[in-house]
Design a protein around this ligand. Sequence first.
Ligand SMILES: [Fe+2]
Ligand SMILES: [Fe+2]
Length: 166
Amino acid sequence: MSTDAIVLLKNDHKEIRKIFTDFERAGDKAYATKGKLVERMIELLTVHTYVENEVMYPRVRELLPELEDDVLESYEEHHVADVLVVELSAMQPEDERFTAKTTVLIENVRHHIEEEEQDWFPQVRAGLGRKVLQDMGADMLEAKKTAPKKPSQPSALKKTVDAVVS
Ligand SMILES: [Fe+2]
Ligand SMILES: [Fe+2]
């Protein structure tokens, strides 16, 4: 099995996009369904963000300093998503702003995923090459084993907070 970091991240993106579409297709009053989908969305996003924050971004920043501005922008975009995720995780699907907040989260994350896939990943692949990406992916799979699944776990926000306050 390939452990190419970019292939793994794109697989995550695909799963996340699927949940987004499922949410958008759920009926207005399908509270139970929407609640379950958002729960799963939060878990996927928390794990994915953690792996990028802890493994990929710092390593790209170190190995490809010319991409540092993109990495910093990505940390900020993750931070915006984190804030929405934290707020959503405290809400009920029946709450007036639940669907609106989820929709804004989806819009933000879709934009971020698109930038990663269209602009950023190709530059990372060209700069790092196959072997480094394979090793990075193996480390990402390791990190996934202990990754937080909920934003309330302290490790979930660590790197973003570091990036914002340091
Ligand atoms: Fe990201
Ligand atoms: Fe991503």
